[in-house]
Design a protein around this ligand. Structure first.
Ligand SMILES: [Zn+2]
Length: 233
């Protein structure tokens, strides 16, 4: 996505979103993580959008101050792993220990947030690969490859060519919820749309899917809250 960094301090990144439906420019500051989005109607020149954002820089910074700077994961931070709250503590080696409510980070780790993100990603890859393999085998449809990303608007996707994409933050959700997202994407290997026929395939793979969808709607934003880098959102 295109962006513009506001002049002055503290640094603020404004994400530019083009919309065919928008009639005028509008600014939004996300309460979730302080992300600033400027929506532009089609045909609006970029410099007009940048001027619009700069004129409102004080308003934007005021809103961000009100929300409070999102906390970057560090010693003592609490974040979910497999749906269980875990505290970041020092340990003999870096490891996720959700059963003990702990994320252990070695004192030798170069970066605490970087190490925690790496552990969560590795767990996500292991769990999402196993779940996709199992659902694809049940469905009798092979998939292409799995890509993990830090997506905001969707938990997963499936292309016509059978490539699966997932948010690695799913490793923070309860295991059944992660399993549902894998079933959801693998089911698209059989039916690309979200028709009744499609949901029947999902139900076959994951009978309790409705409860897991609801969990994601209600608790999904909590999985987006932990920040792993100092980059402006
Ligand atoms: Zn879908």
């Amino acid at each position: 996505m295109e962006h513009h960094d506001l002049r002055g301090a503290p640094p603020v990144r404004v994400h530019l979103r083009h919309s065919a439906r928008a009639r005028r420019m509008s600014l939004r500051v996300s309460r979730l993580d302080g992300r600033v989005t400027l929506t532009l109607p089609r045909g609006m020149p970029l410099r007009a959008a940048i001027a619009f954002a700069e004129e409102r820089a004080t308003w934007i910074r005021g809103h961000l101050a009100e929300i409070g700077a999102p906390e970057i994961v560090g010693w003592g931070s609490v974040l979910p792993v497999e749906g269980r709250p875990c505290t970041v503590i020092a340990g003999p080696r870096s490891a996720l220990r959700p059963e003990a409510g702990a994320i252990e980070v070695s004192a030798r780790a170069a970066s605490v947030p970087g190490t925690v993100a790496g552990l969560v990603k590795a767990l996500a890859r292991e769990r999402l690969t196993a779940a996709s393999d199992a659902h694809a085998a049940r469905l009798g449809r092979p998939y292409g490859r799995i890509t993990l990303r830090d997506t905001r608007s969707r938990w997963g996707s499936c292309t016509e060519a059978g490539a699966l994409m997932y948010s690695w933050r799913l490793a923070m959700a309860p295991p059944d919820v992660l399993d549902y997202v894998a079933a959801h994407e693998v089911a698209h290997l059989a039916v690309m749309d979200h028709s009744a026929r499609y949901w029947a395939v999902v139900r076959g793979l994951c009978p309790d899917y409705e409860a897991h969808r609801r969990w994601l709607r209600e608790h999904g934003p909590e999985l987006h809250r932990p920040r792993f880098s100092a980059a402006v959102p």
